[in-house]
Design a protein around this ligand. Structure first.
Ligand SMILES: C[S@@+](CC[C@H](N)C(=O)[O-])C[C@H]1O[C@@H](n2cnc3c(N)ncnc32)[C@H](O)[C@@H]1O
Length: 238
């Protein structure tokens, strides 16, 4: 499943209005994937499946989406004691990979209580009991998340952008909380299937320096080359 292909018609989804901010990313139709109910229901089902047969459920954008960020972390010499936040951790699969990679100061947050329960159960089953998982709405916790060296987002900014009620406000709040959560010169690793590199550069231009794009599989169509997933690294600058 994929946030873009399942629900978003990029071609026809122009909903821009005069109150839009100046970013170039105001053109998606709202979707149920932007609602808490959707995720609560999805992770409740995944929780039942995990309890029944031990299947951890959906790995958003596949295993490679975690490996490519981990490879970058190795190259960037992110120390094993770095404080790392996984924003919208879902089933906590990335936390498991980070812990297995040696990282030992890990926090995951998600606003779905079923996701938090699932992530905790999966971590426990892997004997990784030193990882913090909190039920928290990232858009409603300003000042509560601070001092992180690395913030990781895989599909959560996408989901927030699809909120039928307040996606515009959500995107602004997201930026505020993210800036507050990161230390000066801390890194932000975002993986998105809804936004292009240019749109993400635009959205995260203020308060961040662009560091690099991580290579993702590309496809060719009509003589043009594109990527279905974009993975970018930013650095927090004050
Ligand atoms: C596409 S899923 C990605 C899950 C996980 N990052 C992964 O890669 O498997 C989006 C996640 O964002 C969470 N989420 C959406 N809005 C959120 C918010 N405002 N605060 C915290 N979590 C949120 C959802 O509950 C869901 O777990």
């Amino acid at each position: 499943m994929d946030v873009a292909t399942e629900n978003v018609d990029v071609e026809s989804g122009n909903t821009s209005d005069p109150e839009d901010d100046n970013c170039s990313d105001n053109d998606f139709e709202p979707s149920k994937l932007g609602t808490k109910e959707y995720w609560e229901d999805a992770y409740q089902k995944e929780l039942e499946t995990f309890t029944d047969i031990g299947d951890v459920g959906e790995i958003w954008f596949g295993e490679e989406s975690m490996s490519r960020v981990l490879r970058w972390m190795d190259k960037a010499n992110i120390p094993e004691n770095a404080a790392i936040l996984d924003i919208g951790t879902g089933n906590g699969a990335f936390l498991v990979e980070l812990a297995k990679h040696g990282y030992r100061n890990l926090t995951g947050i998600d606003y779905s209580s079923a996701s938090v329960e699932l992530a905790r159960k999966i971590l426990e089953a892997e004997d990784l009991t030193d990882v913090t998982v909190k039920e928290m709405d990232f858009l409603n916790c300003y000042g509560e998340l601070k001092g992180f060296d690395v913030c990781i987002d895989k599909g959560t900014f996408d989901a927030i952008s699809l909120n039928p009620d307040n996606s515009k406000e959500g995107k602004k709040l997201y930026l505020q909380v993210l800036k507050d959560a990161l230390k000066d010169k801390g890194f932000f690793a975002v993986t998105s299937c809804n936004w292009t590199k240019e749109q993400l550069l635009d959205r995260f231009s203020e308060g961040f320096d662009f560091v690099q794009e991580l290579p993702t599989p590309s496809f060719q169509f009509g003589g043009k080359t594109g990527n279905s997933v974009t993975a970018l690294i930013f650095k927090r600058v004050h």
